[in-house]
Write a protein that binds this ligand. Structure first.
Ligand SMILES: NC(=O)c1ccc[n+]([C@@H]2O[C@H](COP(=O)([O-])OP(=O)(O)OC[C@H]3O[C@@H](n4cnc5c(N)ncnc54)[C@H](OP(=O)(O)O)[C@@H]3O)[C@@H](O)[C@H]2O)c1
Length: 330
């Protein structure tokens, strides 16, 4: 049956400009790193994407290597676009990336012009798209001149294969060097995609938001620490089907008694604010207006809907709450 989107889909979502650009990004974006690969249930994957769009989540984030198997998340996304969402292409902000290992040999990894241009072509083919809205360099490459990598991004824009570009996992110094190079090339660099959550504060130590000074927006990935900042693990059990149960990017050995105590204390603060832990974790990131978007993952529509409540609620933090959160986590 063909999908008919919610007519009121733009009523509850809020949008923020990506840095100094004119591009609006929803406060909540959805990533396809997990739950969309070869082993995913196609009907669940379709429901998650359609439900996100129904709630004004216009931004879907991919990468060449998302799966498993690498490439399969892009293929599934392309299939769902074709089956359900394709006629809404102009309402969607689709991003992909290259930078981690994608194919064997010297040309399938890091940041050479050779890798980035070939990878973008492969991604477009898998997704059945003529262009992506944002193409990212996925991680800094210590061995390729930054000018070469940024030049490849600029080429993709001039070829019409990407409308904007982004960088990912770039620390302040390199982010600003990259931005300066892209500015010289007339190439719009709109976002730096970085890991940031209540539990992971490296961007604060790096003064990244201050350095970027709203010239590049920040989109925060793993805002729920891959599910730890939710009710999933609070009782100390690893639920079957959860990311930790698959022991891939979230390892059960890292879920220590100390971490569980911290999570339960954070959960108490959240509950006192009439929020769940995941809602509070998202609200906590969005309290800084310089954060463009919070990039979540979800394995069910129910998770997505819970997380969307953080956008609806708009609950400011008291100084006491912020101090209590910092005391537990820094
Ligand atoms: N640029 C980069 O280097 C990079 C790196 C990593 C990620 N990313 C991007 O960021 C996106 C998000 O990363 P992430 O998936 O780690 O984000 P996350 O939001 O921290 O974790 C998502 C996981 O948390 C669990 N979850 C979410 N909402 C929940 C809820 N309400 N209740 C209970 N559990 C809930 C689910 O785990 P279960 O699956 O166990 O149910 C879900 O798969 C990725 O898809 C990708 O697009 C980028």
């Amino acid at each position: 049956m063909s999908y008919k989107p919610n007519r009121n889909r733009y009523e509850e979502m809020k949008y923020r400009f990506a840095g100094s650009s004119g591009l609006k990004v929803p406060e909540l974006s959805l990533g396809l790193w997990h739950n969309f690969g070869t082993e995913a249930d196609h009907s669940v994957a379709t429901k998650i994407l359609c439900s996100a769009f129904d709630h004004g989540i216009t931004h879907f984030d991919l990468a060449n290597n998302y799966g498993p198997a690498p490439g399969s998340a892009e293929s599934r996304f392309g299939k769902i676009l074709k089956e359900q969402l394709g006629s809404y292409r102009d309402e969607l902000l689709i991003s992909t990336k290259a930078g981690y290992t994608m194919w064997p040999g010297p040309y399938g990894d890091f940041g050479s012009r050779k890798y980035l241009l070939a990878s973008c072509d492969q991604s477009l083919k898998r997704m059945g798209l003529e262009y992506v809205d944002i193409f990212y360099h996925h991680r800094p490459d210590p061995n390729t001149p930054l000018k070469e990598t940024m030049g490849a991004l600029a080429t993709l824009v001039s070829q019409g294969k990407a409308l904007y570009v982004g960088i990912s996992n770039y620390h302040a110094k390199d982010a600003m060097k990259a931005k300066a190079l892209l500015d010289e090339m007339g190439c719009p660099c709109v976002l730096n995609q970085v890991r940031y959550s209540i539990l992971d504060r490296w961007t604060e130590e790096d003064n990244l938001l201050d350095a970027m000074d709203d010239k590049i927006g920040m989109i925060c990935f793993s805002p729920l620490a891959q599910g730890l900042l939710t009710s999933r693990y609070l009782k100390g059990e690893v639920p079957s089907g959860s990311r930790a149960s698959r022991n891939t990017s979230l390892q059960t050995k890292n879920i220590t008694p100390e971490l569980l105590e911290k999570l339960n204390n954070l959960n108490q603060i959240a509950n006192a604010r009439s929020q769940t832990l995941s809602e509070m974790a998202i609200s906590w990131l969005l309290k800084d207006e310089r954060v463009t978007s919070v990039l979540i993952g979800a394995s069910s529509v129910a998770q997505l809907e819970e997380n969307l409540k953080a956008i609806k609620a708009d609950r400011p933090f008291s100084d006491e709450e912020l101090v209590a959160i910092d005391k537990l986590t820094t």
